[in-house]
Design a protein around this ligand. Structure first.
Ligand code: A3P
Length: 272
């Protein structure tokens, strides 16, 4: 029998919308979309389609948990639901609110070199502004104010991983936050995903055949259920060259924060 309109609209039998078992909390431009899409290869993962912004936007949080759950995908009982909203990591209130929902939830945090992240953040805003016919500035004009590093620039603030992490650690033990190395995920996604499978207690299902390197894109793309796809063109954009002196100022400002972060998470990264 053919499908009727109703069949295609109603959810598959035995599925329901459930609050997330795991949340990708950030960081913005860390590779959050790549992580979610790659994790979604796993048959026991049901990923939310859009960024929900429930715990970081007051007007959404005020709508309550039922509103939140409605935005989750339909999933089978053996699956886990995952949502990603990169703004959670840098939100002052998100950790407390997430703990209030589920204190044993597993959190995923994907980070990349914080200097690189600043430039990626700038690049995203630059293209958004171009699309909206707003004026744009050279990155140096945002990074420097009256000859000194403009540490109030939002893109820099978001790269102070130690500050944000210490807020999360007030509400969650370190063991509940798995850090994915976003720089490694770009170069070689499989090992990072295998660590995530273990963290989430998922059977190993993601394989090397699920990835292929796309020369034109310059990034790994996904092969799953007979389909091949790369991330949207807004992911993996070329970055502007930044004035060397300004770049050094930024790196040395972030260095201390990085070392604080390594201490907090008892792990180090090869950030410059
Ligand atoms: P750039 O566009 O600056 O290179 P997010 O999804 O959190 O916004 O992160 C975007 C970043 O994901 C991209 O930043 C890119 O470097 C990174 N990324 C990691 N793996 C990728 C992949 N397979 N394809 C495209 N981008 C990927």
């Amino acid at each position: 029998p053919g499908l009727t309109a109703n069949d295609t609209l109603s959810p598959p039998l035995g599925t329901s919308k459930r609050a997330p078992h795991s949340i990708i909390i950030g960081v913005r431009k860390g590779g959050t979309r790549a992580l979610l899409e790659m994790l979604d290869i796993h048959p026991e993962v049901a990923a939310a389609a859009t960024e929900v912004h429930f715990f970081d936007w007051d007007e959404n949080y005020a709508k309550g948990f039922d509103w939140y759950r409605e935005l989750m995908p339909y999933s089978y009982p053996h699956q886990i639901t995952v949502e990603k909203t990169p703004g959670y990591f840098t939100s002052a209130l998100a950790p407390e609110r997430i703990r209030a929902m589920n204190s044993s939830i597993k959190l995923l945090l994907i980070l990349r070199d914080p200097t690189e992240r600043v430039i990626s953040d700038y690049t995203q805003v630059y293209f958004n502004r171009l699309e909206n016919h707003k004026p744009v500035q050279a990155i140096e004009n945002l990074l420097v104010r009256s000859g000194a590093l403009n540490t109030r620039y939002k893109a820099i603030q978001r790269s102070l991983y130690d500050m944000h992490m210490s807020n999360w650690l007030r509400f969650f033990p370190l063991e509940q936050i798995h850090i994915v190395d976003g720089d490694t995920l770009i170069r070689d996604p499989l090992p990072e995903l295998q660590k995530v499978e273990r963290f989430l207690n998922l059977p190993p299902r993601i394989m090397s055949s699920n990835f292929y390197f796309n020369q034109t894109k310059g990034f790994y793309c996904i092969r799953s259920e007979g389909r091949e796809r790369c991330l949207h063109e807004s992911k993996g954009r070329p970055h502007p060259a930044v004035n060397g002196t300004v770049l050094q100022q930024l790196r040395s400002y972030l260095r201390e924060h990085n070392h604080n972060f390594y201490r907090l998470v008892k792990r180090s990264f090869d950030w410059q």
